[in-house]
Design a protein around this ligand. Structure first.
Ligand code: SF4
Length: 406
């Protein structure tokens, strides 16, 4: 029910029954309300003579990292782009296509101007000629909000008309991969590029480009306004900062739960109201299908950047899906690979053919594990982008942790 927000199941049913399936724009904080409480003051101050190094240091001290999933320190990325010769561009990744991820939507539908101010601060930092917002088309309410609020910013003289270009995605998962997104912004098919060169050097129309995720920019504005301690001051299990976990699956209260970055799956399930009635915790996907499945016994790992690598996976965009004793890990892994097979851009053989072969092998009653492992190796080693490189994760983790099922 992407198109109906703040809706109880009853409201959704009533709306559908009434034939009303248009975007329902939820109540959100508009420009006037945001400015009344000091919104855009930081941007004005910086535009009047802010110092880039000071801002960069504030972000580094806060520990802000790329929340699209890569976790790269935001201040450093800004520095790389700024060091390149102009003209430079800013591209905002709002594709949010990782299944189970809905945190960007959550913030955009409530406080779009926190994000927009963060974006304009980033644009100031790298002296961007234009800001492109690449927005998921399956979020009609968000697109409505952004159209209105960008127009409001233009009317208020905060940006020149046309400075912010809103681009609609078209439902291709691969266009969330930054270089494919850039191809798509340029009007081409969304095929990931080889790296190097990196998009910080050769991005949109071959110009240096800063790519930041929606949530990252949301936190940029908050850190610079409220102080970096809102992130660096939160500590748990040896980890600092906050994570917006998109929680779904067999829990009582699915949704976005903003918790300490050191939270374990136990904390997350607790924050989500516990397991749904009649369900016993069995497994979880820590960060989108590319992260595969971990068993319930691994319930004491802080779910943060860097902490899952030793276990052969990663947190990504923190899309946590909770599975119960009524779910099959084998079927879930197969479902993930079917998704990758559908969404592979087809550009390189290890991924295009590998995903297809993996699905066939995984449909068997019992998996040919040596053959699957060989396939995983080839896909991981030889795929161009993260889709093909990470597609083996659900296969390997299921072989390792759920041997009885396969
Ligand atoms: Fe396309 Fe897959 Fe190759 Fe990525 S790994 S470039 S999605 S075929």
């Amino acid at each position: 029910h992407n198109h109906i927000d703040h809706a109880t199941p009853e409201k959704v049913q009533a709306a559908i029954a009434a034939g009303d399936t248009h975007a329902h724009v939820p109540e959100y904080e508009g420009l006037e309300a945001y400015r009344a409480e000091g919104g855009y003051d930081v941007l004005s101050r910086l535009r009047e003579g802010g110092d880039f190094e000071t801002v960069q240091q504030e972000l580094l001290d806060a520990g802000l990292r790329g929340l699209g999933g890569a976790g790269f320190p935001s201040g450093r990325k800004w520095g790389f782009v700024r060091a390149e010769p102009g003209p430079r561009y800013l591209a905002v990744n709002g594709d949010e296509g990782e299944p189970g991820t809905f945190k960007d939507r959550f913030y955009l539908e409530r406080q779009p101007h926190v994000f927009l101010e963060g974006m304009l601060i980033a644009a100031w930092a790298v002296e961007a000629e234009t800001c492109f917002i690449y927005m998921r088309d399956e979020y009609p309410a968000v697109l409505d909000i952004l159209r209105r609020e960008i127009a409001a910013l233009e009317r208020a003289g905060i940006v020149e008309p046309g400075y912010i270009e809103l681009r609609r995605g078209a439902g291709a998962y691969i266009c969330g991969e930054e270089s494919a997104m850039i191809e798509s912004i340029e009007g081409k098919r969304g095929l990931p590029r080889h790296r190097p060169p990196f998009v910080a050097q050769v991005g949109i129309f071959n110009r240096p480009t800063l790519v930041n995720n929606i949530e990252t920019l949301y936190w940029v504005a908050r850190v610079l306004r409220e102080g970096g301690e809102i992130l660096s001051g939160v500590e748990k299990n040896g980890r600092k900062g906050l994570r917006s976990y998109s929680v779904s699956g067999r829990v009582k209260n699915p949704g976005v739960h903003l918790l300490s970055a050191g939270s374990t799956i136990t904390d997350i399930i607790e924050a989500a109201g516990g397991m749904a009635d009649g369900h016993r915790f069995k497994a979880y996907q820590p960060g989108g299908p590319s992260s595969g499945l971990l068993p319930a016994s691994m319930n004491d790992i802080p779910l943060d950047f860097d902490t899952l690598q030793p276990h052969g996976t990663f947190i990504g965009s923190a899309a946590v899906v909770v599975l119960s004793d009524r779910d099959s890990a084998k079927q879930a892994a197969l479902n993930m690979l079917r998704f990758f097979e559908d969404e592979s851009c087809g550009q390189c053989t290890p991924c295009r053919v590998g995903c297809e072969k993996a699905v066939k092998l995984m449909q068997a009653d019992s998996w040919d594990q040596p053959l699957l492992e060989e396939l995983c190796q080839a896909m991981g080693d030889a795929s161009i982008c993260g889709l093909g490189q990470a597609a083996p994760n659900p296969i390997r983790l299921t072989m390792k942790h759920f041997p009885d099922e396969i």
